[in-house]
Every structure is written in structure tokens, then in C-alpha cells.
Design a protein around this ligand. Structure first.
Ligand SMILES: Cc1cc2nc3c(=O)[nH]c(=O)nc-3n(C[C@H](O)[C@H](O)[C@H](O)COP(=O)(O)O)c2cc1C
Length: 143
């Protein structure tokens, strides 16, 4: 597996910055990172991939973005069994409920959540968070 897909939705760029840092880590591990906005992502490539990363901020009232990410994740659920999925995203005023729900949802269809929980970041990622993202990418790239 030479390519690792990192698919995200982001409105103001915080989750996108996390995605790009994860991609940097993947490349450090010697793999090719495909960092794609969900509108440019194809489900077929994920079906073939044993592991990938999905990112989305908390939107609505503690939910995934509903126009693009939610339908995409609903499709991923259909083939997620046995796959290793890293979840990540930025949030604002909440306590991470959207991510806990997302983890539970993916675990319920038999996915293995990387590290057992999503990587979450309040608003804009700082240097420490970017390093965490990069580390996550490096680990994914090393799988
Ligand atoms: C319409 C809207 C709904 C939001 N809902 C939540 C929410 O339920 N809980 C929360 O913690 N933050 C919420 N936020 C804050 C965003 O999750 C936060 O600003 C995040 O950093 C945005 O990520 P992005 O830059 O990747 O778009 C919301 C923001 C917007 C614009």
C-alpha cells in the first residue's frame, strides 16, 4: 500500500491544515499522501484501501457537515468493516461530542479506529497539534 488517502471537509481551513500535516507525516514515512477534499474524493479508492484517514469539523449541533461529508461517511460505513480508519477534525465551543459519536458509528460497523479515538483540535491547530497530526501520518504511513 503505497498511497494513503486523507479525505477531509473543512470550511475555514482548520481541519484542512490538520489533513495537510497528516499528509506530511505520511510522506515522511515514505508513502504517497493523497490529501483530498471530500468533493474530490472517490469512494472506490477507499474500498481498496486497508487504512485511510477521514477529517471533518464539528458542525450543526455536534454533527458532521451534512451536505458532503455526512453522505460520504454513510457510504464509507457500508464497506468500513475491518478497515483501520484515523478520524480527525477541529471543533469550537463543544466538548468533542461530534467526534465521540463518529467514533462510535464507525466502530459499530466494524472499523478499527486508529488509536481508539479521533484526533481533535480546538479551532486552529497550533505547533503541538501539527506535530501530533504529523506523527499520526507517520504512523499511518508505517502500517
Ligand atoms: C455552522 C457551524 C456549526 C458549528 N457547530 C459546532 C458544534 O456543534 N460544536 C463545536 O464544538 N463547534 C462547532 N462549530 C465550530 C467549528 O467546528 C470550528 O470553528 C472548526 O474549527 C471549524 O473547522 P474548519 O476550519 O475545518 O471548518 C461550528 C461552526 C459552524 C460554522
Amino acid at each position: 500500500m503505497e498511497e494513503i488517502y486523507i479525505i477531509y471537509w473543512s470550511q475555514t481551513g482548520n481541519t484542512q491544515t490538520m489533513a495537510e500535516a497528516i499528509g506530511k507525516g505520511v510522506e515522511k514515512a515514505g508513502k504517497t499522501a493523497q490529501v483530498l477534499s471530500v468533493e474530490d474524493a472517490a469512494l472506490d479508492v477507499l474500498k481498496q484501501a486497508p487504512c485511510f484517514a477521514l477529517g471533518c469539523p464539528a458542525m450543526g449541533a455536534e454533527v458532521l457537515e451534512e451536505e458532503e461529508m455526512e453522505p460520504f461517511v454513510s457510504e464509507v460505513e457500508k464497506f468500513a468493516e475491518g478497515k483501520t480508519i484515523a478520524l480527525f477534525g477541529s471543533y469550537g465551543w463543544g466538548d468533542g461530542e461530534w467526534m465521540r459519536d463518529w467514533e462510535e458509528r464507525m466502530a459499530n460497523v466494524g472499523a478499527v479506529i486508529w488509536h481508539g479515538e479521533g484526533l481533535i483540535c480546538c479551532e486552529e491547530p497550533d505547533e503541538d497539534m501539527l506535530m501530533e497530526c504529523e506523527k499520526l501520518g507517520e504512523e499511518l504511513g508505517g502500517l
